[in-house]
Design a protein around this ligand. Structure first.
Ligand code: HEM
Length: 163
């Protein structure tokens, strides 16, 4: 019993520093590999400014596109409504791209589901999204990833028979 205890203490002394070293190495390895993970999409596409610029153009496009006039009756609403749309769209896109934003608008699915948005109407909005993202001077793969993320919103808002 006494011998086992002494041996136990001896082993701990001999291996203790090695275990600490191993632990440190593991910690370093895990951290350095975490450091190499890709930056969030939000950062890769240019952060808040890029998303805000994109959203402003998207809402302007939405209100001026005749293919979407059944939603707007061809009329641009008061500035405060347009500004609210732009702000909420910015926060929503920022959030889904992994940015530090809170979306405090109405639930997207509930807001849009009864509109029965057709795939042609969705394609019209996508035209604006593609045009607005085309000016970003970023990696093509990041642009593609953002446009894919954007296109997936059609599932959230129940676009009819999406392609
Ligand atoms: C063709 C596609 C779309 C159409 C036709 C459409 C149409 C509309 C309409 C008519 C409203 C006003 C609803 C109301 O106030 O009663 C609305 C609200 C809104 N939409 Fe869309 N939308 C589309 C796609 C999108 C996308 C892609 C986004 C985000 C990137 C978006 C974000 C919003 C937001 C944030 C609101 C306001 C929610 C609130 O009032 O809190 N919409 N949309």
């Amino acid at each position: 019993m006494g011998l086992t205890l002494i041996m136990g203490i001896g082993m701990r002394k001999r291996f203790g520093s090695k275990i600490v070293l191993l632990g440190l190495l593991l910690f370093w390895a895990l951290n350095s590999s975490a450091g190499e993970t890709k930056a969030r999409l939000y950062d890769r596409i240019g952060g808040y400014d890029a998303i805000s610029h994109f959203s402003n153009g998207l809402i302007d496009g939405f209100y001026s596109d005749s293919r979407l006039s059944r939603f707007t009756e061809g009329v641009t609403p008061p500035i405060e409504v347009v500004e609210r749309d732009k702000q909420l769209t910015t926060e929503y896109l920022c959030k889904i791209a992994g940015g530090p934003c809170f979306y405090i608008g109405k639930d997207m699915h509930t807001t849009h589901k009864d509109m029965k948005i057709t795939k042609e109407e969705w394609a019209a909005l996508m035209d604006h999204a593609i045009r607005l993202a085309s000016v970003w001077n970023i990696e093509p793969a990041d642009k593609e990833e953002f446009l894919k993320l954007f296109d997936n919103i059609k599932l959230t808002i129940e676009v009819q028979n999406p392609s």
